[in-house]
Design a binder for this molecule. Sequence first.
Ligand code: AMP
Ligand code: MG
Length: 513
Amino acid sequence: MSTSDVSVMASAIAASDDRSVRFHFENTYARLPERFYARLNPRQVTAPRLVKVNVELAQSLGLAPDELASTRGVEILAGNRVAEGAEPLAIAYAGHQFGHFVPQLGDGRANLLGEVVGRDGVRYDIQLKGSGPTPFSRRGDGRAALGPVLREYIVSEAMGALGVPTTRALAAVTTGELVFRETALPGAILTRVAASHLRVGTFQYFAAKGDTEGTRMLADYAIARHYPAVAHEKRLYRVFLDNVIARHAHLVAQWMLLGFIHGVMNTDNTSISGETLDYGPCAFMEAYDPAKVFSSIDSQGRYAYSNQPHAARWNLMRLAEALLPLLLQEEGSEEAALASANEAIAAFEPQFEAARLVGLRRKLGLFTDQEGDATLAQDLLDRMAANQADFTLTFRRLCTAATGREGGAEMRTLFAEPGAYDTWAVAWRRRLEQEPVPAQDRAAAMRLVNPAFIPRNHMVEAALEAAVEQEDFQPFEELLEVVSRPYEDRPDMERYTVPARPEECVSQTFCGT
Ligand code: AMP
Ligand code: MG
């Protein structure tokens, strides 16, 4: 366990002090008109206990981890106390859920406390998730269960460490209350940090009401916060749309290159900043299978691994639609506005494919571009699929195999029919011979893009189960520590690289909402 971690159990909290907790909130979203949100404080809970403070993230935000872990800090993280300068609110948004439009969703179990500007100069939302009912709760209880909170903590931190744009986890607390799902479960609250919580669904909320002024204010806000470089463009909203599309093309390419399956790519979970948002039934694949689906609620495979680029494009089309009134003013006619929107959307696929190919080349240790590279990569993926090869291990072992002619033995065991790898490797080695880079440098570069450690599902489930069933947070701590350094070789942590045995396999994941 890293010594910088602050993991304080209830007994330790009792000994803490009564200092203030300084966030230095600066709240720009709360300055937008009242129809953008509902102001309300988080609902009190019975007995908050700290599970975890993310020390490194806290420091990068200019926050003091020991203040967050103090009695007062934990009260704030549990929603029992409103931090100085916070202006808690639940954001209004709409969204397409599995293709069906819901005109009002909104933060049904979250409070935005406010924004802090990090050491990097970027403004971040600080949000409590699981903080009680809001005007947007519909039939939900406004709460979150400990398991899903820890899952989001682990997987979002893993994604961050892997280099994927993502929301982060600043802290987790338990509430001392039960939440009722299929069974009674311990309640918990996640403190989430995001570049913002603007979603495609936030735009849809105003567009569906015919509130063009609201749409414009939201777009101007999003541009100022996430795309300031485009602010002086003449066709401002079109260029904004282009930029959101470009970020998502790169984001989804990164997911694909890591075997990540988001699971609920609804438009309300599609961020405007281009971050991975909302970790519900998400999972990393083990055996490579393009049709893989984990989510128990995705019976049609709408958000299957290989459908993710299509789903993202579909979501971005919904954003383009919501922006049509603004494009109309820019373009002068309905036809021109539609053409502009379609032109923007048409860029998604080539940008995604280009980003994916760049990533695949890196994964294979190719520094130069050659005609046949895409085919070579696809051939490997096809053979992995046909032979149930573990996605992460295959690429990691390729790093060693790339150092020379040896090192193929470990690779071959990953393929049901080892010859499938051998014949591919002949073509790969022929291609590597045309590379100018020395083999050792190549392997080192490959190790920076092909992780050793991902949060494997059965390990995530085991960590969650220990925490929920036995209040044992040690497996959570250890897994978190391992996935926070995903590109290092760590012989002592070897067991975390091993795929699930058939009896350990987790074939379904649940939203847990
Ligand atoms: P999600 O599936 O987490 O992306 O949530 C979709 C919508 O359902 C959002 O509007 C959430 O705020 C809302 N929601 C999810 N879980 C709950 C809950 N337990 N109580 C109230 N609202 C919820
Ligand atoms: Mg959501």
